[in-house]
Write a protein that binds this ligand. Structure first.
Ligand SMILES: C[S@@+](CC[C@H](N)C(=O)[O-])C[C@H]1O[C@@H](n2cnc3c(N)ncnc32)[C@H](O)[C@@H]1O
Length: 447
């Protein structure tokens, strides 16, 4: 078995960067131990949850808090033994279920995120992880690769000299990442390989000249002056793996070790998950935040995407919540409130920043109505589905997502138990930036 001393001999700077204990402590596997018994400021948002073990492997701003799942389970009128989340994201639902002793089943369309969730749910042998880290570090350090294969597989904007004097990765940094990635990809155990790959993914934006915010991905201010030190790549990775190993060890005895992650489009896959006692999820909001674009750095750099066709295919598989891609939008379902919204949007078509917005909004509700219908098939009588949704606004026209879903629910076979406003979101600057949009929890039940 490798030790921290053995690792720091292989990775110069490793100890300096980590400063962490390598040996896992016992007894941290209850839900309360995981969350540190914290008082979440709001159960709707990720407020502080990205500092929790596992959740800090990759910053995911749009996650909801584990306490939301705990509350859903506590309030369920029937015992919850199996729970589904058709929009997995960072895996909050699935991981929380494991801590609560519930079998999770999660669907996620983004292959990097699907792997991230699976890596959080998996069981590992700690000595094997330590040996693998030492092996990977040795191979990466000994490599003389100039990253040619990785560079060939990437769009030209990714690496220096880039396009129009802009690039996401400086060449010396990319070479270090390429060496590390090649060493990771040689790992024989698929679970170890996946874990190391997603942990590298969690560092990727930090190694790049871009930053990600709630509005999307953009170049950092003064990125031309800020150079990433290529010699940091390996020690930073080793530090992330070491920290993850500590967390994995401390939480190894959580109440449920099973859990299924389905990679693909939940509009098609949800009906295949079988009977569940509860569904909790937060679908993308119809606000044109394009998750595929935001995760492009990880998707291309880790080899999940290797062609523009693959990129297009992935975008086609996502919920109709954005207009960044031309696609066939499904027809809007009918209810008076949505009819009114659709008429107003079509009247305002000339002033919208993209003429496809009315079709996208209609298709968004067609997608979600289909999902509600499938939820009704999967849930037993009295069981609940918790949906966290957010409103949108285009050219001053308010798209009241929670209210429209509540109107559509009865024809999809669900009853609305309650709608609880969670918080207000500021509308985008294109739409004045002033008015506040509501984010709501809608609790449906199967009659
Ligand atoms: C708001 S995030 C979910 C966040 C999650 N609740 C958490 O706590 O991390 C929505 C997720 O839905 C995923 N998604 C979008 N369209 C999808 C589809 N058709 N099938 C499955 N997942 C999809 C996105 O990739 C994104 O990760």
């Amino acid at each position: 078995m490798s030790t921290p001393a053995a690792l720091s001999a292989v990775i110069p700077g490793f100890r300096r960067v980590t400063g962490r204990k390598m040996l896992p402590s016992a007894g941290g596997a209850s839900f309360e131990a995981w969350t540190g018994g914290r008082q979440a400021t709001s159960i709707s948002t990720n407020d502080g949850a990205d500092a929790l073990p596992f959740q800090r492997w990759h910053r995911f701003k749009e996650a909801f808090s584990p306490e939301l799942i705990e509350q859903a389970v506590q309030e369920s009128p029937i015992p919850v033994r199996r729970l589904a989340d058709p929009f997995g994201g960072s895996g909050t639902t699935a991981l929380t279920c494991q801590f609560l002793g519930i079998e999770p089943v999660t669907i996620e369309v983004n292959p990097f995120l699907a792997d991230l969730i699976a890596a959080k749910l998996a069981t590992y042998h700690i000595p094997e992880l330590l040996s693998a880290l030492t092996r990977v570090a040795r191979k990466a350090t000994a490599s003389h690769s100039r990253g040619a294969a990785l560079i060939r597989s990437l769009p030209p904007t990714f690496v220096e000299p880039g396009v129009k004097d802009r690039w996401l990765f400086d060449l010396p940094v990319l070479i270090q990442i390429a060496r590390l990635r090649a060493a990771v990809e040689e790992e024989a155990n698929p679970a170890v390989l996946r874990l190391f790959r997603v942990l590298l993914g969690g560092l990727m934006v930090g190694f790049s000249n871009a930053a990600v915010s709630g509005k999307g991905r953009r170049y950092r201010t003064n990125w031309e002056e800020r150079r990433v030190d290529p010699s940091c790549v390996l020690p930073t990775f080793a530090d992330a793996v070491a920290a993850a190993i500590v967390e994995i060890g401390a939480c190894a005895t959580r109440a449920m070790r099973e859990g299924k992650v389905l990679h693909g489009d939940s509009r098609k896959l949800l009906e295949t998950v079988g009977k569940v006692d509860q569904i909790t999820c937060s679908p993308p909001y119809p606000n044109s935040f394009d998750y595929t674009d935001v995760y492009n750095v990880e998707l291309w750099m880790l080899g999940y995407l290797t062609s523009f066709d693959g990129n297009r295919e992935l975008r086609q598989s996502t919920l109709s919540s954005h207009v960044q891609i031309s696609r066939d939008f499904a027809e809007a379902p009918r209810c008076p409130r949505l009819d009114r919204t659709m008429r107003a949007l079509r009247r305002a078509e000339e002033t919208l920043w993209d003429p496809r917005i009315p079709a996208m909004v209609g298709a968004y509700f067609a997608d979600l109505k289909g999902m509600l219908h499938t939820c009704a098939q999967l849930l037993p009588s009295k069981a609940q589905a918790w949906f966290v949704v957010g409103d949108s606004q285009y050219a001053g026209i308010h798209v009241q997502v929670a209210k429209i879903l509540a109107d559509l629910a009865p024809s999809a076979g669900l009853k609305v138990e309650r709608t609880t406003p969670f918080r207000s979101m500021r509308v985008s600057p294109q739409q004045s930036g002033r008015h506040m949009l509501s984010e709501d929890l809608v609790v449906f039940s199967r009659p």
